[in-house]
Design a protein around this ligand. Structure first.
Ligand SMILES: [Zn+2]
Length: 179
């Protein structure tokens, strides 16, 4: 039995619970979670996010990259979130034991430079082996981005894969707030 077949059987359970109507493109929590693609940190489980509640973006490390900024621009447009800043919350969640730490050596600097859209010598500054530092760096990346509305609420979290706890590294605050 393929994994696909097994998952289609699980889908039948979902179909049975589905209300049979289409929910709004705007998530009910008015939130977007950016987190790592790592299967151990799925926000549906770790943050209890239910269907229709939040947009979830996942990439290697849950990092702010040029691609993520492009994704945000497109998602905000298609989700008809006309004023991204008004009450919309962006939650950055990175985690302990992230596989990105395996790329912290100088031999991977070019790979990460391409990923982050920066020069190789700037790569150590992205702290791929330190999620607490990295999530703060990413909040600052957004704060320094002129295309992000100053009223957009942003928070930074670190999930501990060992015990399931989430630590708040950056309290939710509008990007424009001085810290
Ligand atoms: Zn990870």
């Amino acid at each position: 039995v393929s994994v696909t077949q097994a998952l289609l059987e699980r889908n039948a359970v979902h179909v049975a619970k589905h209300p049979g109507k289409t929910a709004s493109l705007e998530p009910t929590l008015r939130a977007l979670v950016l987190t790592c693609a790592d299967h151990r940190v799925d926000p549906a489980q770790t943050l209890g996010i239910q269907l229709n509640e939040a947009v979830v973006l996942r990439n290697a490390g849950g990092r702010i990259t040029p691609e993520v900024l492009h994704e945000l621009a497109v998602l905000v447009t298609i989700a008809a979130i006309e004023e991204l800043g008004s009450g919309f919350e962006l939650i950055l969640m990175q985690h302990t034991d992230c596989g990105m730490a395996r790329l912290s050596g100088p031999e991977h600097q070019n790979l990460l430079a391409g990923y982050f859209g920066i020069e190789p010598e700037e790569v150590p500054g992205r702290k791929v082996a330190d999620p607490v530092a990295a999530v703060q760096i990413d909040v600052e990346q957004l704060r320094g981005n002129p295309f992000m509305p100053s009223t957009l609420q942003v928070s930074g979290l670190v999930y501990d894969v060992e015990n399931g706890h989430v630590a708040v590294v950056a309290e939710p605050a509008p990007l424009g707030d001085a810290r």
